[in-house]
Design a protein around this ligand. Structure first.
Ligand SMILES: NC(=O)c1ccc[n+]([C@@H]2O[C@H](COP(=O)([O-])OP(=O)(O)OC[C@H]3O[C@@H](n4cnc5c(N)ncnc54)[C@H](OP(=O)(O)O)[C@@H]3O)[C@@H](O)[C@H]2O)c1
Length: 271
């Protein structure tokens, strides 16, 4: 199969071509998903996928039944744009996270930055696959955001390869985690969930953007939602940024409304 056949075709449904950032008919994913310029605090973009009836994982317990070549293409561009990929340990374990490998297509997107974004994983137990810690490419060491209560021997073992950052006593607080990333100059944050971590970020008012793939499948009531857990939250309004379509999947980009004010966090680096 020629590479051209593997490139999914996107249609822009909203906004109309005349109002779109990339102007023409072809969808430029890097332009459509560009982060705001001159960030002076971490901007948190969540990338999640759901079935048409709201399910967040398929019968396998993973998201693969919901994904598609187009979804993977968007995920690839979002990772290429990001300074760091933030994930909960549940997602890292279940989805088999490994360090992100550089892609030739990212060369321009990542000029002046490491060839691939590091993974930052949030965990109390530090029950993580060794490869996620040990196999990261140079300049993109995995970051482990954990708690004082985490087992000391696991913290020490993880620190042999990864950067271990203690950002809470019993739980990693969303604000503290983002401040730790900001201290490392990591402002363009892409969180890939999972549902517990996303709920905590949202409850802290730190989900600036939600990129939601709606997949053309019904999963029924066995599947959970893209947010989970007992953390209290309040309703938040979102503004629709764009809608793309590919092979029946919808790619919705929502931004928190009113747009959160840019306030300094951490070292205040500007990127
Ligand atoms: N639809 C989607 O887009 C999507 C995206 C991602 C995942 N998923 C699915 O979601 C499921 C996993 O869900 P999940 O909610 O368990 O995933 P998760 O949020 O990635 O992981 C939960 C785990 O993250 C750690 N954690 C979260 N908040 C923490 C905090 N404040 N302090 C310290 N550690 C914290 C804990 O890890 P420890 O247990 O190590 O302490 C906790 O058990 C899987 O089926 C996956 O396929 C779906």
């Amino acid at each position: 199969m020629s590479p051209a056949h593997t490139v999914p075709i996107f249609r822009r449904l909203l906004p109309a071509a005349a109002d779109a950032v990339d102007g023409g008919d072809a969808v430029d994913l890097a332009a459509a998903y560009a982060y705001p310029a001159d960030l002076d605090r971490p901007w948190v973009r969540a990338n999640m996928v759901a079935s048409a009836d709201g399910g967040a994982w398929g019968p396998s317990g993973r998201t693969r039944e919901l994904s598609s070549p187009a979804d993977r293409a968007v995920m690839g561009v979002l990772r290429g744009l990001a300074d760091v990929v933030l994930a909960g340990a549940g997602t890292a374990r279940i989805e088999g996270y490994r360090p992100i490998r550089p892609r030739p297509a990212w060369r321009e997107l990542r000029a002046g930055r490491p060839a691939a974004p590091p993974v930052a994983v949030v965990t109390r137990t530090l029950d993580l696959q060794p490869g996620l810690l040990a196999e990261a490419p140079g300049g993109s060491r995995t970051i482990v955001l954990t708690t004082e209560s985490a087992p000391a021997h696991r913290r020490a073992a993880a620190a042999e390869h990864a950067e271990v950052v203690v950002v809470g006593r019993e739980a990693v607080r969303a604000e503290a985690a983002l401040a730790a990333l900001a201290e490392r100059g990591l402002y363009r944050v892409l969180t890939e969930g999972g549902p517990h971590l996303l709920a905590e970020l949202a409850a802290a008012g730190r989900t600036d953007e939600l990129c939601l793939t709606l997949s053309p499948r019904l999963l029924g009531p066995a599947s959970g939602r893209i947010v989970a857990g007992g953390v209290p939250s309040h309703p938040q309004d979102l503004r629709l940024g764009h809608v793309l379509e590919s092979d029946g999947s919808l790619f919705l980009r929502y931004v928190r409304e009113p747009e959160p004010e840019a306030t300094a966090t951490g070292s205040g680096h500007r990127r």
